[in-house]
Design a protein. Sequence first.
Length: 241
Amino acid sequence: MSNITETSGGASGAQEARRVDLKFEALAIPVADVDRAKKFYGGLGWRLDADFPFDNGFRVIQFTPPGSGCSIQFGTKLTSATPGSAQGLYLVVSEIEVARAALAARGIRISEVFHITEPGAQFQPEGSSARVGGPAPDRTSYRSYATFSDPDGNGWVLQEVTTRLPGRVDPVDATFTSAPELASALRRAAAAHGEHEKRIGKRRSGGLAGLVRRIRSGRAKWQAAAVVIASRGDTIGSVDS
């Protein structure tokens, strides 16, 4: 997570440091036909946040994908980049086949789900021998993809992530938007908690591992899981409904 440290001097001359979050919230993409792009991204089911025209010809339109903390912007006099030159725009999903099917159902031309045999092959054209049909055989995070483009050729990549690499989740601000993502976080917490209890010579009945099993079998709600964990003193962040 990006942040900067701000310092200020007190009356005594001592400096205090505090963190100021830098939240990446919008990315400008270049398009040739603004209204065509607006229709396309609206057709994806993304939220229209703004369409502001100004007297000098400047116009900015903003859309936000479902569940995303980052938005896209396009318009007139917004960027000098060549229309269609934005590539490798990632949409991270917890269930690649479900996400792909949802976009296809909206009439979007999107590739079949694939995995890769060499780094960077997700950016190669459809038909590349390094793009192999179907999700990764072991369903390892970061290795299953699907791709599509907007009418200008700006390229989007769906990537399945169910378990984040170490250090990729802020323990304070984390949210979980699917059962697999939450269950994965709970499994990691259970393993760490088990090691802790071994060291202190205690075992609690069921523990976090038992909670994971109940969640995966549908016998506990996600929100209930967060409450139980909080009551145990373990922090995993918030849970979205």
